[in-house]
Design a binder for this molecule. Structure first.
Ligand SMILES: [Ca+2]
Ligand SMILES: [Ca+2]
Length: 100
């Protein structure tokens, strides 16, 4: 019983919650990655730009980007991020970049 409680406590520490607020550093890194990925500088990410963005975030260990890259789920992630379905992702549509 005691062992189970210990394991539970360790898991809670080791696994960051998705609901947990991002640190300022993580947010700034994501914003920098967004600007770099935005090849044509229109402040929106096309499908191919979004892929660059995910790869950059994965390198920085941000959010779920490494899981998306590992699974090759770029299209699915893009479709989810593109909330209004207009084919581009804006900073406002990206919760990772969105300000509070
Ligand atoms: Ca763009
Ligand atoms: Ca959109």
């Amino acid at each position: 019983m005691k062992a189970m409680i210990l394991i539970g406590a360790t898991m809670a520490v080791a696994m960051p919650s998705n609901a947990m607020a991002q640190s300022d550093a993580e947010r700034e890194a994501a914003q920098a990655n967004f600007r770099q990925a935005d090849a044509n500088g229109d402040r929106r990410l096309s499908r191919s730009e979004f892929r660059t963005f995910i790869d950059a975030n994965a390198e920085d260990g941000l959010g779920r980007a490494s899981a998306v890259r590992r699974l090759g789920a770029y299209d699915r992630a893009f479709d989810r991020a593109d909330r209004n379905g207009n084919g581009v992702v804006t900073p406002a549509e990206l919760s990772v970049v969105q300000s509070d």
